[in-house]
Design a protein around this ligand. Structure first.
Ligand code: SF4
Length: 198
């Protein structure tokens, strides 16, 4: 297995798909081998690109509320790993942000995830992460609706973007039934984490 500090340094220096990135490479990834929760997302948006902090936007605010996590815990790499399918902002098209660059997961995802041996919960956000972590579902809605199939270790979530407000309105079971269970599970997982001090 590749040495983690070297691997992270290689990722920070990566320019593999630079020609396709309108703002240039700026990989945004958070992880430490002790992490208990993995957030497998899509790719940074423009605001995240500007700050270099994952989910430092309205989507992140909603995701933290869904999980019942403070910013302090959410940004503790020893508790929460944040590894999107594409590490750099891919640009924006007519209907929102472009897909994560495919070169990224092909080059980095497997070697990076190999270092996460303490995971208890993987949260899969959006269709690109779902295709990698939870293949076989026809849609994000199908995967989220079937959440009990992979509970309590892996769970598909809709993207927490404000763009998904309509989805949330059409699927009230998500907030009423799934989220309370998820918050309990997150608390349980992090209570077991050595870095939580308990
Ligand atoms: S998106 Fe991934 S592959 Fe492309 S430059 Fe950034 S780190 Fe490299």
């Amino acid at each position: 297995m590749a040495n983690l500090p070297i691997l992270l340094a290689d990722i920070r220096a990566c320019t593999q798909c630079a020609a396709h990135l309108p703002l240039g490479p700026r990989p945004v990834v958070q992880l430490a081998p002790q992490a208990r929760i993995l957030i497998a997302g899509q790719a940074p948006g423009r605001k995240v690109h500007e700050t270099g902090i994952p989910f430092n936007d309205a989507s992140g605010d909603r995701l933290r509320a869904w999980l019942g996590l403070s910013r302090e815990v959410f940004y503790d790499a020893k508790q929460v790993a944040i590894v999107p399918m594409g590490f750099c902002y891919p640009g924006t098209g007519p209907s929102g942000d472009l897909p994560p660059r495919p070169e990224c997961a092909a080059a980095w995802r497997a070697p990076l995830l190999a270092h996460l041996q303490q995971l208890e919960l993987t949260l899969v956000i959006g269709s690109y992460a779902q295709a990698w972590h939870l293949p076989g579902y026809a849609s994000v809605t199908d995967a989220v609706r079937a959440w009990r199939n992979t509970w309590p270790h892996t769970l598909a979530l809709p993207h927490p973007s404000p763009r998904n407000n309509l989805w949330l309105k059409r699927n009230p079971w998500f907030e009423e039934a799934l989220l309370p269970e998820l918050r309990l599970r997150v608390q349980q997982v992090l209570r077991q984490s050595p870095s939580s001090g308990s």
